[in-house]
Design a protein around this ligand. Structure first.
Ligand code: AMP
Length: 466
């Protein structure tokens, strides 16, 4: 997913796990189930209420505001994140109290093309992991005027049925009747099915914007399903919202893999300028579990380049040095750090997914050579340690000739051999990560996303653009 985000020119942001509770109550929204029931909230030693992040968007926007990234970075900001989130929910298949999310936020440019880019990136990331059949559900919840009119209509409709509905829905009716549409109680869902539809309340501008986004998806051949019951459970959304679903070949449905949408007022709500944003988040456990069921995990297997084997106690230190040398040359390598039987070392090499074994005994050391064995073809040859770099270079090029051609357009040393036809599934993220490291370092230097100790959301709001 990181590799895909980088293809679309997003850079990584690493927001803190812990935020002041207001960030979520004001950002994610008082009427959302997350804020009402699912947050791990406690007072710190300074008696300030803090919360383990239940989602990333509010925290990312807080970081953008408190570090004024909107003023220092080239706009629009294109950020991706990855890490744990915490929700006090009843654990079940695909639902955990600590789970990992990957997501992106694009902040500062108001356009249906930006919204479309975010959706396409999410789909493309999943295709690159090997998913073949994804279902994109999409809807619009319109602008402020649309939602105001729609909430009134829902209030009138649900007022007639509220006596038959769950306690939560009583509260939702007061706070935000749109949240009733997310209710999981079956009998409530039946009542919600007969509720007014948002499409009948859309302002002209929102309708136009939605059809612009759909038309971009059409142009790119992205299939979607219009779902007018989709409203998403977080308060900050406006205009387009979407969810991506996939069902395992054995029929297992772990729920939505991810979802997102446009947000109009969130940056301002958290004390920043009036800038729009769009984002999506996906649950990595759900993605992983479906990949496991559909046999897609092999797409993530990269393995190491070399397993370096000492033959006997007397060469342990030489092998240690040699392993370090090949790492310095840019090859991933491991070694047992103890003298083991050859059979045991080949087993370890296989477990690590090593492409080659590099074998050194006393005789080889004294002659300045080593044995290099291709673990797939079993071909073995003697190589000169004096010319180690050239020897390894030519052995790898001989073993993986496709990569040389692909390297030009893709990645210098991608090792998947899958053809990279735009749906590359190599999972060669580590290689591209090496490059990402530098840019990440810059981001941290220029606009650190940590929770600013002096950050006071109230004060920031007053400050506004100042
Ligand atoms: P949300 O932030 O609620 O829009 O959720 C985005 C994605 O995160 C969902 O589509 C799920 O894949 C994942 N997710 C949300 N809550 C959980 C949870 N409790 N356990 C596992 N994954 C979750």
């Amino acid at each position: 997913m990181k590799a895909t985000a980088e293809l679309y020119a997003y850079t990584e942001i690493v927001p803190p796990v812990l935020e002041y509770t207001e960030v979520f109550s004001r950002g994610t929204g008082e009427s959302s189930d997350i804020v009402r029931k699912e947050m791990y909230t406690f007072n710190d030693k300074g008696e300030r209420s803090v919360t383990l992040r239940p989602e990333f968007t509010a925290g990312v926007v807080r970081a953008v505001v408190s570090n004024k990234l909107y003023a220092t970075e080239e706009m629009p900001l294109k950020l991706f994140y990855c890490g744990p989130a915490f929700r006090y929910e009843r654990p079940q298949l695909g639902r955990y109290r600590q789970f990992n999310q990957f997501g992106v936020e694009e902040i500062g440019q108001d356009s249906s093309r930006v919204d479309a880019e975010c959706i396409i990136m999410a789909m493309q990331g999943l295709y690159m992991l090997g998913f073949q059949k994804l279902s994109l559900k999409i809807n619009t919840i319109g602008d402020d005027a649309t939602r105001k009119a729609y909430r009134e209509a829902l209030k009138s409709y649900f007022a007639l049925h509220i006596d038959e509905m769950c306690d939560d829905c009583h509260e939702r009716l007061q706070l935000n009747p749109m949240r009733i549409l997310d209710c999981k109680v079956e009998s409530d869902q039946k009542i919600a099915a007969g509720a007014p539809k948002i499409k009948d309340y859309l302002s002209e501008a929102s309708e136009k914007r939605f059809y612009e986004t759909l038309s971009i998806l059409n142009d790119l051949g992205v299939e979607y399903e219009l779902d007018d019951s989709l409203v998403r459970g977080l308060d900050y959304y406006s205009e387009v919202v979407f969810e991506i679903h996939a069902i395992a070949q054995d029929g297992t449905d772990v729920g939505a893999l991810g979802g997102g949408g446009h947000y109009g007022g969130l940056v301002k709500e958290l004390g920043g300028p009036d800038l729009p944003g769009v984002g999506f988040a996906m649950g990595l456990e759900r993605v992983y579990s479906l990949m496991e069921k559909d046999g897609l995990l092999k797409n993530l297997e990269t393995g190491i380049d070399l397993y370096v084997m000492p033959v006997g106690e007397n060469v342990l230190n030489d092998v240690f040095v040699l392993t370090e040398e090949v790492r310095q040359l840019g090859y991933s390598a491991d070694t047992p750090l103890a003298a083991l039987k050859m059979g045991a070392m080949f087993k370890k090499a296989e477990k690590r997914g090593a492409k080659f074994a590099l074998i050194l005994g006393e005789d080889e050391r004294d002659k300045g050579v080593a044995q290099l064995k291709n673990l797939k073809t079993k071909e073995q040859s003697e190589i000169s340690l004096e010319h180690l770099a050239d020897e390894l270079d030519s052995a790898f090029h001989k073993a993986f000739p496709d990569e040389e051609e692909e390297a030009e357009g893709h990645d210098e040393s991608c090792s998947c051999g899958c053809g990279h036809d735009g749906h590359c599934s190599c999972g060669d993220a580590e290689k591209t990560d090496e490059k990402a490291d530098d840019s990440d370092a810059d981001l941290v230097k220029e606009g650190c996303a940590c929770s600013d100790a002096d950050y006071d959301p109230e004060e920031k709001k007053e400050e506004g653009m100042k």
